[in-house]
Structures are given as structure tokens and as C-alpha cells.
Design a protein around this ligand. Structure first.
Ligand code: SF4
Length: 303
């Protein structure tokens, strides 16, 4: 087992322990104690046998290995691994969370989402979860804010008036809708098309990150304030972010995979719904999309 697979398996085990503890009513953990290691190993053995077995096979979980004084992994003494040749990870079959995988598959992410009840948008009148659609191997991905009425009815992202405009924009880039991937920050329609609230974004955000990790596009276009701010962890208005290139590095890639995977380039621009209300700004959006076309090497004749 290579280092990435080992880390992924151990992280999945720790997550599983935390989830089970939360189901038992635990709301936090006490600070690490110097003699707490055997207890932790016992808990690991009981609650995450696959992670324990993996660690034991590597000689790290006998119950006799002391943690470092700070209670952290002793990475300085870990054997060197060539991560650049490591295969992409599929989530272990026993692992309950596709989100923990460095590169999940889209079906695994959708399966993990399930009949999601993780935020109040699940019970505020949604008809269906709008996961996203398009080419799972797309080089270009568009991320919007959240489903509206028609999206909620059909289960497809961007199918109303704003969707028609987005499709025109995609076609103007000499692409078809089927050649890109389209999704939103939140997957359920906020009531009355209000803005998604922070707790809803936080609950849904891991699935967006997992979608991007699954697709690994070359470029993500963040449509509007919410997509730009969530993907960049920024509070700047989109009017100041648009037209500039950023690097999007999914958090788990940053930890596990940054040496092996090129970061995704991110271009914020205006949301099509905003452009319908402010058509004078279409030229600014088109200027942003031309930068994207140049980055992707799309035919200049369409410029
Ligand atoms: S918005 Fe996201 S987190 Fe909230 S219920 Fe829908 S799928 Fe779940």
C-alpha cells in the first residue's frame, strides 16, 4: 500500500469513528493524554477494523508505538514514497464516505449525497436534488449558485432563462452543453429563489469540492458571487474577482495530492441571471470567457 492509499484509508477510519461517536451523542474530544494511545488503538480496532488492519500491516498500530510528544504523526520518519506514480484512488468499498477519497467518481459522490437531509433546504420545499450534469471528463466546468424553479422541477441545472443564456455563452465558445460540466454550490432550491445561507453552503460545499476532484477540469468558471466566494474562500464581490485567473486547489488535494496533480485554474465571472438584469455587463463576461477559451486552446475563429 502506498502512502496516499494508506492516508486515505486512515482518514476514512478516523472519519468513521467521529461519525459513530457523533451518533452516540459525542460533541467533542478531550485533549490528547500522554497515556491515551492504547485506548485510541483499542477504539480504532473496534470501530474501524479496516483502518486498524492497514495500520497494523504497516507496523504502526500494535498498541506499542508511542505517538510523537505532540501527539502528531511522525512524518519525518515515514518511508519515502514516489507519489507521482501512485494510481488514482477509488474509495475503499467499506469506506462510508466517497468525499474522503482523493479522486472519487461522480457516481460515488452522488451516492454519498443520497436523499440528503444535511441542511434545511431538504425540507423547505425542494422537489428534487439537482446534482449536476455534463461530461464527467470535461475540461471546462461551470459552477452556479443554486437551483431555481425549473431546475428544481426537472432535476437539471441551468434550464430556465439563465440556463438559456449560459448555453448561448457555451456555444459561443465553440462548445456544446454536453461537452462541459454544470453544477451549483447548493444542490437544492432555496425557497422563493432566495440566496443560499451560510449553513446551507457549508453543508453542501464538500460535495462541490468532491465533484471538482472527480472531474478534474482544466478550468472552472465560477458564475456569480456565491460560486466565486465559496471556491476562492473569499469575501470580495464578484465585480472585483472577475476577469482574473486564480488557482483552485481542493483541500484534500492540497494535503494528499498536490505534488501529483496540477491545480485547476479558476475564472470568476458574472452569473447569467445577473446578466439578464444587467445586459450591459455581457461584454465583460464575454471578455472573461475569451480568456478561458485562450487557456483551453479553443478555436480562435470563435473569438
Ligand atoms: S442543499 Fe446540499 S446539503 Fe442541503 S439538503 Fe440539499 S444536497 Fe443536502
Amino acid at each position: 500500500m502506498n502512502a496516499r492509499a494508506e492516508l486515505s484509508l486512515l482518514a476514512a477510519g478516523v472519519r468513521r469513528i467521529a461519525e459513530w461517536d457523533a451518533e452516540d451523542g459525542l460533541i467533542g474530544y478531550p485533549p490528547a493524554r500522554a497515556n491515551g494511545w492504547p485506548e485510541l488503538v483499542t477504539a480504532c480496532r473496534l470501530k474501524a477494523p479496516e483502518a486498524f488492519a492497514a495500520a497494523a500491516a504497516l507496523g504502526h498500530a500494535s498498541g506499542e508505538d508511542a505517538p510523537t510528544p505532540e501527539g502528531q504523526l511522525d512524518v519525518a520518519h515515514a518511508p519515502a514514497q514516489d507519489l507521482s506514480t501512485a494510481p488514482d484512488l477509488a474509495p475503499p468499498s467499506e469506506t462510508p464516505s466517497a468525499l474522503a477519497a482523493t479522486r472519487p467518481t461522480l457516481p460515488a459522490v452522488r451516492s454519498e449525497l443520497g436523499d440528503c437531509q444535511r441542511c434545511k433546504l431538504a425540507t423547505s420545499g425542494r422537489t428534487t436534488i439537482v446534482f449536476g450534469e455534463g461530461d464527467p471528463g470535461a475540461e471546462l466546468m461551470f459552477v452556479g449558485e443554486g437551483p431555481g424553479f425549473f431546475e428544481d422541477q426537472t432535476g437539471r441545472p441551468f434550464v430556465g432563462k439563465a440556463g438559456e443564456l449560459l448555453e448561448k455563452m457555451i456555444n459561443a465558445m465553440s462548445l456544446t452543453r454536453a461537452e462541459v460540466y454544470i453544477c451549483n454550490v447548493v444542490k437544492c432550491r432555496p425557497p422563493e429563489n432566495r440566496n443560499p445561507e451560510p449553513d446551507e453552503i457549508i453543508a453542501c460545499r464538500p460535495f462541490l469540492h468532491a465533484q471538482i476532484r472527480a472531474i478534474r477540469p482544466k478550468v472552472v468558471v465560477a458564475l456569480g458571487k456565491f460560486a466565486a466566494q465559496v471556491l476562492l474562500d473569499s469575501s470580495e464581490p464578484v465585480s472585483r474577482l472577475r476577469g482574473r485567473w486564480f488557482e483552485y486547489v481542493p483541500s484534500q488535494l492540497a494535503e494528499l495530492d498536490s505534488a501529483a496533480v496540477a491545480p485547476v485554474r479558476l475564472m470568476p465571472t458574472f452569473h447569467p441571471a445577473y446578466l439578464l438584469r444587467n445586459p450591459d455587463d455581457k461584454k465583460l463576461c464575454w471578455a472573461d470567457l475569451k480568456l478561458v477559451m485562450g487557456e483551453l486552446g479553443l478555436p480562435r475563429s470563435a473569438l
